[in-house]
Design a protein around this ligand. Structure first.
Ligand code: CA
Length: 229
């Protein structure tokens, strides 16, 4: 998973530990030791997620959380050693997405970071500059122009069909369940909508002139969902 993580932590040994584990997962890590530099780093607009220590030298992590939330929607995880902070963190008003307590297990921290990133990507498949335009073996799809070309020829897709195809392309290599696909594209809770998903996939394949027995792009994974390899 690729992402830029902002780590705000004034204790160097903890900062280094977080950096080490996050980088070993392929994340890019920006370390900041205080709130002011964290706010400046977030201004760049490339941060995908932030980890905030609650006790910082220039402002507390809650103030920083509030200041970040004024402008940014990326997930924010709070890191705290104080039990008395937990009520504040778990209160919904502040806008933190999750928290870990010190001392933490670095693997658990990484798992929580991944969960938050997946959640955001699942519901906002267009986030991240690299995802605007995709090309998979001659299938070109652009979120910006809302156009889809197959071997240079324009496919006439409905907005729903476009969203389905874009979502699958964006998640190339991963099997997307019907439930996930439905909730991401329709934006509603999935309640046995398998036929809806199936019929849209069928129409999409038809428009893409897919051979019915061996589709080249959207493959069915029986009992699970769909994938573009
Ligand atoms: Ca601290």
């Amino acid at each position: 998973m690729e992402a830029e993580i902002l780590v705000v932590e004034d204790e160097p040994s903890i900062a280094q530990l977080e950096k080490l584990y996050l980088e070993s997962e392929g994340f890019t890590v920006h370390l900041c030791a205080d709130g002011a530099s964290a706010l400046a780093a977030a201004e760049g607009g490339t941060v995908d997620l932030a980890l905030l220590d609650v006790m910082l030298p220039d402002m507390d992590g809650f103030t920083l959380l509030g200041r970040l939330r004024e402008k940014h929607l990326f997930p924010i995880l709070m890191v705290t050693a104080r039990v008395e902070d937990l009520d504040k963190i778990t209160g919904l008003t502040l806008g933190a997405d999750d928290y870990v307590t010190k001392p933490f297990n670095p693997l658990e921290l990484v798992a929580r970071v991944k969960t938050q990133l997946r959640r955001v990507r699942q519901y906002n498949p267009g986030r991240g500059a690299a995802a605007e335009s995709l090309d998979i073996r001659g299938l070109q799809i652009s979120r910006e122009t809302h156009q889809c070309l197959l071997y240079g020829e324009r496919l006439n897709l409905t907005p729903l069909e476009f969203s389905i195809l874009y979502y699958l392309c964006r998640n190339q290599g991963r099997v997307v369940s019907s439930e996930e696909l439905f909730e991401a594209v329709w934006g509603e809770k999935y309640l046995d909508n398998n036929n809806t998903v199936m019929s849209h996939i069928a129409r999409l394949r038809e428009k893409m002139h897919e051979p019915s027995r061996r589709p080249r792009f959207i493959k069915t994974v029986w009992g699970v969902g769909y994938t573009i390899e």
